[in-house]
Design a protein around this ligand. Structure first.
Ligand SMILES: Nc1ncnc2c1ncn2[C@@H]1O[C@H](COP(=O)(O)OP(=O)(O)OP(=O)(O)O)[C@@H](O)[C@H]1O
Ligand SMILES: [Mg+2]
Length: 469
């Protein structure tokens, strides 16, 4: 290292100068005094010369020492651990100045090297801190030497407490330990899916890679764990979805088959039963068509494939159109279908047809789940940057334990009741997807036995922007 070499050199020069001064002093005390006379004169001359030489040596020594001391003082790093440059004026002779200049160049070089290293260290630390994958570095004995924040979070440990301990002692995950040992034995990276149960259930894809030195010696293991819990959950949801769809299709298909068989067995010739069975077949086919249409809609909105014609939509007008469609059903059941329009023109940014579909699903539910003689109110109002379309009913309501789940596909509080009413449990999940694809959301408040209120919140178009004609 150049710094150490410079210091050694400075110390050596100091020592050499001290030795020279001692030698001069010895020479002064020197051999026993020679006879007087010319000898004395000679001695006097010699002594004078020596004194002169000594004085010169002393000045020289001071001139050399001072810059060396300065270098040494500067070399002693300050609180910030950096060397300071030494002014050239500190040396009164050329070699001293050269030494100082060389030292200054070296100090500047060292400064840059420290800066580069610090920068590299900061970059590495911020990469480690912000990476979403867990990273664990173990030495050859399986002792944890590094653990990043993602690993702390995933494994529920604190880095300062576990660093310096063997992985198996702190994580107590035997499968993970076995994986690491397998990688060490195989001398190659090994990857596997593992589950951790604490502090939370997580599915991880873990890769352990052994690290070897130049001569092939085992240095340790780098372990990277990727959290794939959400990915696995999506797989599960997809599997459940397929199972649900199959189940929903099977029921009307079975009914169709039974009805068709009955007709074949002679019911077709019966003037009373025949037409009734045929009507039931039409109803089941309608149900199937509805289900398939809902599924297609849902998948189109969810995947972003649904073509959305975005424009300012006058919500009051749109709510009126939807209410008009449900009026005949409501009248038949003596349900008062009321409309509370906004004070002025209120515009939402969206696809008019999709928004109308969402409101229609809410009104359909409100009418379906409200006993005869009840009331359904559709209101439209501005709420800051949002517009709210609320559908309130005086119906059966929803118990609190079901509320968080009603927006899931196929979720129905009362399966048989919903099915009897022709429902498949897709209506609210379509509403939710329409809301989110518009940058909005849907909220629900409900009291069992008293009624429910669903509110669709959408981004509002600022006043003054005309609706498209
Ligand atoms: N206004 C409401 N009052 C009471 N319960 C409701 C109301 N709206 C929804 N629900 C409950 O939430 C469930 C899910 O509603 P959703 O609209 O998704 O399905 P559905 O109405 O059963 O069938 P679909 O809408 O597909 O015809 C319903 O089965 C019902 O149990
Ligand atoms: Mg519905």
């Amino acid at each position: 290292m150049p710094l150490r070499r410079a210091l050694t050199l400075a110390l050596l020069i100091e020592a050499a100068l001290a030795a020279a001064a001692a030698a001069a002093a010895l020479a002064l005390m020197g051999p026993p005094a020679p006879p007087a006379g010319p000898v004395l004169a000679l001695a006097g001359g010699l002594a004078g010369g020596l004194v002169g030489a000594l004085a010169l040596g002393g000045r020289l020594a001071t001139a050399v020492r001072r810059p060396l001391r300065k270098i040494a003082a500067a070399a002693w790093p300050g609180a910030e651990g950096r060397l300071r440059p030494v002014p050239l004026a500190e040396a009164s002779f050329a070699e001293g100045r050269e030494t100082i200049a060389a030292f200054n160049v070296m100090a500047a070089h060292l400064d840059r090297t420290i800066d580069t290293l610090a920068q590299g260290k900061n970059t590495l630390e911020s990469v480690l801190a912000h990476m979403s994958d867990a990273l664990l570095i173990l030495d050859a004995r399986g002792v944890l030497t590094l653990i990043n924040p993602a690993a702390e979070r995933i494994f529920g440990v604190a880095a300062p407490l576990v660093a310096g301990h063997r992985l198996i002692e702190v994580l107590r995950h035997f499968e993970l330990d076995a994986l690491i040992r397998e990688a060490e034995r195989e001398r190659a990276p090994v990857a596997r899916e593992l589950v951790v149960h604490r502090p939370q259930h997580r599915v991880l894809r873990v890769q352990a890679s052994p690290v070897r030195g130049r001569r092939g010696e085992f240095l340790g293991t780098v372990v990277v764990a990727q959290d794939i819990t959400d990915l696995r959950r999506t797989d599960l949801v997809r599997q459940e979805f397929v199972a649900n769809v199959s189940h929903e299709l099977r029921t009307p298909l079975a009914a169709l088959r039974t009805l068709a068989e009955a007709l074949l067995d002679g019911a077709a010739g019966d003037r009373e039963v025949g037409p009734r069975f045929l009507n039931q077949i039409v109803a089941e086919v309608d149900r199937l068509t509805l289900l398939v249409n809902d599924l297609l809609d849902l998948s189109a909105i969810e995947s972003g494939r649904a073509k959305m014609e975005m424009a300012p939509v006058p919500l009051g007008e749109m709510a009126e159109d939807v209410a008009a469609k449900f009026r005949p059903v409501a009248d038949r059941r003596r349900i008062a279908l009321r409309l509370e329009p906004p004070a002025g023109p209120l515009l939402a940014w969206g696809d008019r047809e999709r928004l109308a579909q969402a409101v229609a699903n809410l009104v359909d539910n409100a009418v379906k789940y409200t006993p005869d003689g009840g009331t359904v109110t559709v209101s439209v109002e501005g709420r800051g940057d949002l517009v709210a379309v609320a559908v309130a009913d005086t119906g059966i309501g929803i118990a609190p334990e079901h509320l968080p789940r009603i927006f899931e596909r196929f979720y129905r509080v009362d399966r048989s009741r919903s099915r009897a009413l022709g429902g498949t449990g897709l209506g609210l999940s379509i509403v939710k997807h329409i809301a989110t694809s518009h940058g909005g959301r849907v909220e629900v408040e409900s009291t069992e036995g008293r009624g429910s209120r669903f509110t669709l919140l959408l981004p509002r178009v600022p006043d003054g922007i005309p609706e498209r004609g």
